[in-house]
Design a protein around this ligand. Structure first.
Ligand code: IPE
Ligand code: IPE
Ligand code: MG
Length: 252
């Protein structure tokens, strides 16, 4: 697979099943509120949905699954919710990483780790190194991630490493420094919870991604709901700037 591939530089190969799915897992709080439960109950249930979705992706032979778990703006939430989410990450990693490893899944975390406490950073590093050589699904968790942060950190690294190109940078100079440099751009983006926005997720990488929005709240996003998203993707015509006619196979 071509690393550093870019849909704006070269028309990518399109397969019936997406190779890379990126998801904004939204609606945990509303799911809980509907049941008169505290918001954190929704986050807890959300972890179960993640486990099931990982299974579905393995079944469909999706190679990359990228999940938005905590945005750089989510620090604005009440302190108790933020600290619950942080301990949920630690617990979930502790509990799930061995199972991921047994299933040949490679776990990668993207985002700015500088604001995490040492225990979480240690757990992230241990989970990544345990699964580093796995060759199955690549599961990326975006935590304290922001698309603007990603682009800026990449620009800064590029500038430091190649100052001689200042004023002449091209896409291929930047791509190696973006957080998701190991993955092709997402084919399918899914957002649950009914909002139709990107919320500072993978801004650069979503340039030509097919977008799918559903009102289903994240804890309710089950196999049937996922199949609907895959079905919708299957009906899309991915033109990448070309005309529909150009996509028709030439007649023999
Ligand atoms: C998504 O669910 C989970 C995180 C952002 C961590 P929300 O917590 O945003 O749920 P709603 O949108 O309030 O229902
Ligand atoms: C986006 O959800 C971030 C994650 C799912 C981690 P939010 O619920 O925080 O998004 P906004 O604030 O409604 O845009
Ligand atoms: Mg939300």
């Amino acid at each position: 697979m071509a690393l550093f591939s870019s849909a704006t530089q070269r028309v990518p190969e399109v397969s019936a099943v997406p190779k890379h799915i990126a998801v904004i897992m939204d609606g945990n709080g509303r799911w809980a509120r509907k049941r008169f439960l505290p918001r954190i109950a929704g986050h807890k249930r959300g972890v179960d949905t993640v486990r099931e979705l990982v299974k579905q992706c393995v079944r469909l032979d999706v190679k990359f699954l990228t999940l938005f778990a905590f945005s750089s703006e989510n620090w604005r939430r009440p302190a108790e919710e933020v600290s619950f989410l942080m301990s949920l990450f630690i617990d979930a990693l502790e509990r799930e990483v061995v199972k991921l490893h047994q299933n040949n899944i490679k776990l990668v975390m993207i985002g700015d780790r500088s604001r995490f406490d040492v225990k979480l950073v240690a757990q992230i590093e241990a989970s990544e190194s345990l699964t580093a050589n796995n060759t199955g699904l690549i599961l990326t968790i975006a935590a304290n991630y922001g698309g603007r942060w990603d682009i800026l950190q990449a620009v800064n690294k590029m500038q430091i490493n190649q100052p001689e190109l200042t004023g002449h940078y091209r896409e291929e100079n930047l791509l190696p420094y973006l957080s998701m440099n190991y993955a092709p751009e997402p084919d399918l983006f899914i957002r649950t919870g009914g909002e139709m926005r990107i919320s500072n997720f993978l801004l650069w990488q979503l340039a030509y991604t097919e977008l799918y929005f559903t009102d289903t709240l994240w804890p309710d996003f089950d196999e049937d709901a996922f199949n609907l998203a895959i079905e919708s993707y299957g009906k899309r015509e991915r033109r990448f700037g070309r005309t529909s006619e150009q996509l028709q196979k030439p007649k023999p």
